[in-house]
Write a protein that binds this ligand. Structure first.
Ligand code: ATP
Length: 333
């Protein structure tokens, strides 16, 4: 069933937290709400969950107007950032909770709980209590609990943010696999762009209560439409039109009509090609070797450019280099 959000509006006193948000969530979609702290991601998720009212617009699931339906009757699974397991219940009891409320038979509950614990790879921990689990294990159980009732929609609010970096990356893959296998439409809030790029079918990039851009991860990375998106998703060189006209006139191709100040050219660091050239005016000013890539800062035609080369590069600070820019996207400032 299709979730449709139309011109959703939400204020806290005179502060506009959500400013006419529109979004469609299809049957098997994995959507990430991505944006900086305070942009309205959690507010939007809470409104979808039914945990908070809204002031304008429409929220429907299929033909049902959700505004009239309380949270517990929406049939959505929710996982929050902080582990919200019941501390006095075992893992198995936590996962079984929603099924018990629905008064399912104990045989059916047991079968379902076993299958879910198998899926999250924790069948051996069924009898443990939450305080006896690691953070990553607790979040897996929270996800299993949310999935137990076959939710029409899975809502995840920064479910990985309390975990350490390595566990986060592992859990990303697990969440994606479970979501694909079950085909449950999922909306996940995150402020971590790498997480959004790696997980989402569709990223909704938000800024100050508005949607800046909705698109696939490739769209947002390769074809950002605004300076905000270019800057928030990945690293970028944002080059003013006037500078491009002087320094790299061939890059003006494809520039939309409008005042110089209205647009900038976004060039990702890996699209800056450097070649050692004693006669060139470019200078390497800084190098960091990160293993799989080397990041460089280059002073070129009056600007500092960020460049990235895969693997080690053999250049040193002070080396003279020529730079060539390609595959830029023009963004609104
Ligand atoms: P974070 O990543 O920090 O959680 P967020 O994008 O999820 O940020 P929200 O929690 O949705 O942001 O908050 C959006 C804005 O609305 C913030 O400026 C916040 O201060 C404000 N806000 C949220 N809840 C309330 C409330 N109950 N009363 C007043 N203002 C609120």
């Amino acid at each position: 069933m299709h979730l449709s959000i139309r011109n959703l509006y939400k204020t806290f006193d005179d502060f506009v937290a959500l400013d006419r948000i529109s979004l469609d969530v299809g049957d098997h979609d994995f959507i990430c709400l991505l944006g900086p702290s305070g942009c309205g991601k959690t507010t939007l998720l809470r409104i979808i969950a039914g945990l908070m009212p809204f002031d304008g617009g429409a929220l429907t699931m299929g033909d049902t107007d959700l505004a009239a339906i309380p949270a517990r009757e929406r049939g959505f699974g929710i996982v929050f950032q902080s582990y919200s397991l019941f501390p006095n219940m075992t893992v198995a009891e936590n996962v079984a909770y929603g099924l018990k409320i629905r008064k399912e038979s104990s045989d059916a509950i047991q079968t379902r709980v076993e299958a879910l614990l198998e899926m999250i790879k924790l069948p051996h921990l069924a009898e443990r209590y939450p305080h006896q689990l690691s953070g990553g294990q607790q979040q897996r159980v929270a996800i299993a609990r949310a999935l137990a009732v076959d939710p029409a929609l899975l809502l995840l609010d920064e479910p990985l943010s309390a975990l350490d970096a390595r566990v986060r990356v592992e859990m990303r893959a697990e969440i994606r696999e479970v979501q694909r296998r079950l085909g449950i439409p999922t909306i996940m809030v995150t402020h971590d762009q790498e997480e959004a790029l790696s997980l989402a079918d569709t990223i909704v990039c938000m800024n100050q209560g508005r949607i800046e851009q909705t698109g696939t991860p490739e769209d947002l990375y390769l074809r950002p439409r605004t300076r905000f998106v270019a800057d928030f998703v990945g690293q970028s060189n944002l080059l003013p039109t006037a500078w491009v006209r002087e320094a790299c006139p061939e890059c003006l191709d494809g520039r939309p009509d409008g005042k110089d100040e209205a647009f900038e050219l976004c060039i990702r660091p890996e699209m800056v090609a450097l070649s050692r050239d004693e006669t060139a005016e470019g200078r390497v000013t800084d190098i960091s070797f990160l293993g799989n890539v080397t990041r460089l800062q280059v002073a070129w035609r009056g600007r500092a450019l960020a460049a990235e080369i895969s693997g080690p590069c053999g250049l040193r600070p002070g080396d003279a280099v020529a730079a060539a820019l390609s595959s830029g996207a023009w963004v609104r400032t």
